[in-house]
Ligand binder design. Structure first.
Ligand code: SF4
Ligand code: SF4
Length: 428
């Protein structure tokens, strides 16, 4: 990606900002830090200053860009429709292309290894699931965390607090569900087939959120949809896109497009809203495929009249991921989905307009700010008195679950489709 292209795009888009400041009260980092340079308007002015060579591209500039969550709350409220999400990606590309500068993001060896050697290699990820489960069963993480130095490693601490790894399932010849080390190619509809859909697995989600993927397959199959899983699909590229690696993100889009097209699938269901958004925004590149979040797909799916859903007399609080709330506008669908369960009252969590701090790898790169945002969520959750928090983004779910676990708060965090599947009789 040539820096020149990024500079031109930054110039055009940043000039659309009229400095009205309407976005400022919606920006989590401005609210916490009270600094103009950590507000959307300030960041846009800094980007404009750098490409016009009025100010240098230095460590200070990088710090203000790194502190942005890419939550895009500013974009949602901007009267001039400034595309901030696009601008911040371009600014990070500019930084990544200046070889003499390395932000704290790019400087992390672990993060580079994760992005280059793991996230884009599905077969390695599949092996990692078994390895992670092995470590969890033997309580290796608890043992490691006993060392004071380990507690300072955000990634290790985060991994050690993950819920127990779940495995994919396949149907055995006798029709029973059995755990497997890998995903089946196709899961046939349990009733007369209404259609066939592709399922996008994601990278981290395929290991840490097999529960949601299993539940999605089950619900889709019960409603009459056969689910196909092309094995050559890969990471959606969101993490790469938001850390300035636009070329790599584009090549991952291409690999996914080929994987689903070769399988003849033109409806692709996603279960994590962060991945959905990345795929949707590259949909022009995905061509004929239609990317659709599971909550939205199930809102218009047919076949509900023939499924039994056990009642659940509970108030269920819903955390809105920024990707659904600020960009895709699909935030009503998770509420609709769990409201299909008789007795459920779906209630928005207080402070739903503020990011939880997960934001891709933000919780690892900016632990202090992410921790402050998470603490606010934990307060809202505990004050709600709920037993369950549902959210449709794996990043938010893991971040919030970790925060609750750390504080010994026994509240389950799960995807809306997982709760629904349970009430429809799903168990492995
Ligand atoms: S994307 Fe979020 S954190 Fe970044 S400037 Fe906009 S509102 Fe602030
Ligand atoms: S609301 Fe839009 S135009 Fe106004 S300062 Fe923010 S980004 Fe600029």
């Amino acid at each position: 990606m040539s820096p020149k292209f990024s500079e031109k795009r930054i110039l055009v888009k940043s000039n659309q900002c009229v400095s009205c400041g309407l976005c400022l009260p919606h920006c989590p980092t401005y609210r916490l830090l009270k600094s103009e340079a950590d507000s959307p308007r300030g960041r846009i002015a800094l980007m404009n200053g750098v490409v016009n060579e009025r100010i240098p591209l230095n460590d200070k500039f990088i710090q203000h860009m790194d502190r942005c969550l890419t939550c895009r709350a500013c974009e949602r409220v901007c009267p001039n429709h400034v595309e901030f999400g696009n601008l911040i990606d371009e600014a990070r590309t500019l930084i990544a292309n200046q070889s003499k500068f390395f932000s704290s993001n790019q400087n992390s060896v672990i993060k580079v290894l994760l992005k280059k050697l793991l996230l884009v290699k599905p077969a390695r990820l599949e092996l990692l699931r078994q390895f992670l489960s092995f470590l969890q069963k033997r309580r290796i993480f608890n043992w490691l965390l006993a060392f004071p130095l380990s507690k300072k490693n955000n990634l290790l601490e985060f991994i050690s607090r993950l819920p127990s790894v779940e495995f994919p399932y396949i149907k055995a010849v006798d029709g029973k569900y059995v755990k497997s080390n890998s995903w089946g190619k196709v899961y046939l509809s349990q009733v007369q087939e209404r259609g066939k859909v592709g399922l996008f697995l994601g990278c981290i989600a395929r290991i840490t959120d097999a529960a949601t993927l299993n539940a999605s397959i089950y619900v889709l199959n019960c409603l009459g949809y056969s689910v196909h899983i092309p094995s050559n699909q890969t990471c959606c590229g969101a993490i790469h896109q938001h850390s300035g690696e636009l070329d790599l993100a584009a090549s991952l889009t291409m690999q996914n497009k080929i994987a689903f097209e070769e399988a003849g699938l033109n409806i692709i269901i996603t279960t994590s809203s962060g991945c959905s958004l990345q795929l949707l925004e590259s949909e022009a590149d995905m061509n004929t495929n239609s990317i659709i979040d599971i909550n939205r797909f199930l809102a218009t799916a047919e076949g509900w009249e023939s499924v039994q859903i056990e009642p659940l007399l509970q108030k269920i609080f819903v955390h809105d991921p920024c990707s659904l709330r600020n960009v895709s506008g699909d935030q009503a669908y998770p509420y609709e989905l769990i409201s299909r369960i008789p007795g459920v009252q779906a209630i928005p969590l207080t402070n739903n307009d503020q990011c939880c701090g997960a934001a891709g790898t933000y919780f690892l790169d900016q632990p202090e700010l992410a921790g402050m945002l998470l603490d606010e969520k934990i307060i809202s959750i505990t004050e709600s008195g709920t037993k369950y928090i549902v959210t449709s983004n794996i990043g938010c779910a893991m971040h919030i679950a970790c925060g609750l676990y750390k504080k010994n708060i026994d509240i389950e965090v799960l995807h809306p489709v997982t709760l629904l599947a349970r009430q429809m009789g799903w168990k492995l």
